[in-house]
Design a protein around this ligand. Sequence first.
Ligand SMILES: Nc1ncnc2c1ncn2[C@@H]1O[C@H](COP(=O)(O)OP(=O)(O)OP(=O)(O)O)[C@@H](O)[C@H]1O
Ligand SMILES: [Mn+2]
Length: 517
Amino acid sequence: MGLDIVQPNTCVRGCCSSDSIPLHLPPSSYILLSPIARGAESVVYEAILDGKRVAVKKPILSTSDELDKFHKELQLLCKLHHPGIATLVAAHARPPNYMFFFQFYEERNLAHKLHVQEWTPDIDHALTITLQLAKALQYLHNQGIIHRDVKPANVLLDQNSSAHLADFGLAEYKKDLRGVSTENWRSSGKPTGGFHKKNMVGTLIYMAPEILRKEIHTEKSDVYSFGVSINELLTGVIPYTDIRAEAQAHTVLEMNYTEQQLTAAVVSGGLRPVLPGIVSGVPASMLSLIQKCWDANPQNRPSFNDIVLELDGILEQRKRMEKEDLSLQKSSISHGHQVMESINNLHTYQENINWSTQGQCLSKRASAEVHSGFGKWLDSSDESLTYHPVLSWGSFATCGRRESMEDTHFLMPYLCNEKDVHVFGIFDGHRGAAAAEFSAQALPEFLKILGSTCSPADALLEAFVRTDVAFRNELDSNRNFKRVTQKDWHPGCTAAAALIVRNKLFVANAGSCRKLS
Ligand SMILES: Nc1ncnc2c1ncn2[C@@H]1O[C@H](COP(=O)(O)OP(=O)(O)OP(=O)(O)O)[C@@H](O)[C@H]1O
Ligand SMILES: [Mn+2]
């Protein structure tokens, strides 16, 4: 920027200085436009500085502690120069105005992008962001600085959706953290972040177990938060919920856990967010890296030097695989797409979608393609076992306290008229019955297709995965058709299914639906 640096280029106290970043600006050089974010501690404005678009972070300063904090953040920011870190272009550090001027990042923060815009980056893009963030943290740690608030809301994206780590409000030099008492932890470590603050649990979901136990932050607690954040990027799911959109999250408490329960479950129970599923195509090496990052024992977590090396390797391997066109995951996903695409062409849009019919329609077409019986299952079943189950079945459904029934089930005592193959399933609808109705039709049909191709256990697993992919695709195509913004509509369901082949029982579940009763 062509801004003049007026000497002495220091803050009012003289504690912050820079050779390249102007630290006081004539009021005529900038214009504040509208606020783009309001946090508990600052307001961020879109602004024009020297004719260029910038973001101005104006901390709310009412106590001398807050003023100290401003100076500390400015000292830090003046020293940081890295492409993965939000660039400070200027500051104003004299009364009455205290402001940070940052380069403007058009695509806002990663949390907004994932959960409000419902962005689903392809895996290579997500891995690229992961590497950018890892390199930024590697740089920071090599300077002896710990960020202490790594989360998607503090990752800003530019117009190419490249990532820039922001918000150094809690960052500290490691050497200054040693003597920090629990009291200090409380005052400095309080949850930040608009959405999560509003929803009470705060940054808690990104906090390492040792931080929840009120121990001192180390580089390894940033590694943990990085692991949780990257998992959120790859799954699109807010940790410990099954939702993809902010609009649906009334409060985190309402959904699964209270703050205390979550803390206890993370610290003592080893609870972690759900990893990306097998159809996501996320490489297994990435899943294991995430798990290492959120290991309960900080010493088992890799450093960012290790993480960057590993990510470079993963990206390299993907490039090689792409060349050789060996990506197995991709082909299984695109198979699902092909089936759905042809089905989508079949039926025109109806205002009131009948999800049972959608499921039937899908599955009939799919099963017309391949069904060659269950000979394989029956041949490999062990007839020498003397156990011969006597089956009886029935069902009862009640709606409970809800206004409408969201649960469904299916009973297929003789799948494809095969006397020794029985399937039963229960689906507990979430946010409407759509997913449950669809799945009750689709799941058994997928099982029929798979009967001739793999073992009963694999077939059950694969049928769950295919049902999930099929429903998502169906939903997406309807959303596009209706031009409903995606955040307004998020049906889902949990499921439990039992498959009995002669005298063996196979059960599977997804979500919290665990018992078949
Ligand atoms: N340089 C920028 N370009 C575009 N948007 C920005 C920029 N800096 C901040 N924002 C927006 O403002 C939000 C808050 O910024 P930041 O996290 O730095 O402030 P904060 O006061 O710590 O907020 P919180 O308390 O919510 O964490 C960001 O999530 C982002 O949406
Ligand atoms: Mn923030």
